[in-house]
Design a protein around this ligand. Structure first.
Ligand code: PMP
Length: 359
């Protein structure tokens, strides 16, 4: 008989990453397939980032700096926050887990809109807490619905803005209404994984809110705009007291020396300028693809991220399967919609061609 594991985890679905382009190309006998499924950047790393990786690789017989001091100093300087408010983790996904571990006692609730990034719910359950989902309205978070979902057991509220998978953001006024309604001893986590792609004038920089409200924690990642998804590095900005606890629960040595060096290289002013130019290209492609889909009759919500949400309801799984047959991997949320990452122009063209045939 196998050893016993926690009954609370028996219903937890394992995380299912999208399939790789290599796997699909092999299956279809193509030279290459297109992956628009994981909200990655289509561009490879900058030469300066590759240099930092190569330079660091020669020293990987040693453990990395467990305290991530140089990276934390670079983040603190770049984003004008105190270093004692910054925690670095093995991707922001790890930081979601660590925040839940740091905040939730058994039975405590994490509240969030739904659909959103699935890790908020699984992190709550793994920590011994409970996940409370509030349905979105028109693909966007309604903060009044979220406020109505607060209970005396709520210890953590997570707002993903822009929201994965629906691409919509929460405007500043709504976020402020939420922060005024949430008790000050409840942590409000703003997951800003996609903040670099936001163009809406009513949006707010979560770091400004974290300076005003000591119960706000902001999550950022190097996986999206900075293009380091394969290196696994993200960070959290929170009150020093929350940060002190968070740093106790993070997995020791979980951010590799290579990841730390690459993230520092991304924050060099010249590198960041180039990465910002790439973001501008994605935003411009986002407009082009959205307009074309609208012309095809698809009701695509206004995206503030590097992906689009096609609310195809029960046609979602079939649409994604048909695109796969054409060598394009998308992310289907059965009976809800399909998430489409904005890729390089030729990849977007291939997707639009498939969409024109299928929609
Ligand atoms: N937050 C959101 C909203 C995401 O969509 C993702 C990645 N899909 C993450 C966090 C995780 O990012 P990381 O690679 O930093 O773990």
């Amino acid at each position: 008989m196998p050893a016993t594991t926690r009954p609370a985890l028996s219903g937890l679905p394992p995380y299912r990453p999208g399939r790789t382009a290599e796997d699909l190309a092999r299956e279809l006998g193509l030279d290459e397939a297109i992956k628009l499924a994981s909200n990655e950047m289509a561009f490879g790393p900058l030469p300066s980032v590759v240099d930092a990786v190569t330079r660091t690789a020669t020293g990987v017989n040693r453990y990395p700096d467990m305290y991530n001091r140089a990276l934390i100093a670079a983040i603190a300087e770049r984003f004008e926050v105190d270093a004692e408010r910054v925690t670095v983790g093995c991707g922001s996904v790890a930081l979601v887990r660590h925040l839940a571990d740091a905040v939730l006692d058994p039975g405590d609730e994490t509240l969030f809109g739904w659909p959103t990034f699935g890790v908020y719910g699984s992190a709550a359950v793994i920590a011994g807490g409970a996940a409370v989902r509030v349905p979105l309205r028109d693909h966007a978070l309604d903060v009044d619905d979220l406020i109505a979902g607060l209970t005396p057991r709520t210890r953590m509220v997570v707002v993903c803005t822009p929201n994965n998978p629906t691409s919509t953001h929460v405007p500043e006024a709504a976020l402020r209404r939420l922060l005024e309604a949430v008790p000050r001893d409840v942590l409000v986590v703003l997951d800003e994984a996609y903040c670099h792609f936001v163009t809406a004038p009513d949006a707010v920089d979560g770091l400004a809110l974290a300076r005003e409200y000591d119960n706000v924690a902001v999550l950022r990642t190097f996986s999206k705009a900075y293009g380091l998804a394969g290196l696994r590095v993200g960070f959290c900005v929170a009150d020093p007291a929350v940060t002190a606890t968070l740093r106790k629960v993070v997995t020791t040595f979980s951010v590799s020396a290579v990841a730390q060096a690459a993230a520092i290289a991304c924050l060099e002013p010249a590198a960041e300028k180039e990465l910002t130019d790439r973001v501008a290209e994605v935003v411009s492609e986002r407009s082009r693809v959205t307009e074309r889909l609208a012309a095809l009759g698809a009701a695509v919500p206004d995206s503030q991220a590097n992906f689009l949400w096609l609310p195809l309801g029960e046609r979602s799984a079939t649409f994604a399967k048909e695109c796969e047959k054409r060598g394009i991997i998308l992310r289907a949320f059965p009976d809800a919609g399909v998430r489409v990452t904005i890729g390089a122009p030729h990849e977007n063209d291939a997707f639009l061609e498939a969409a024109a045939a299928l929609l």
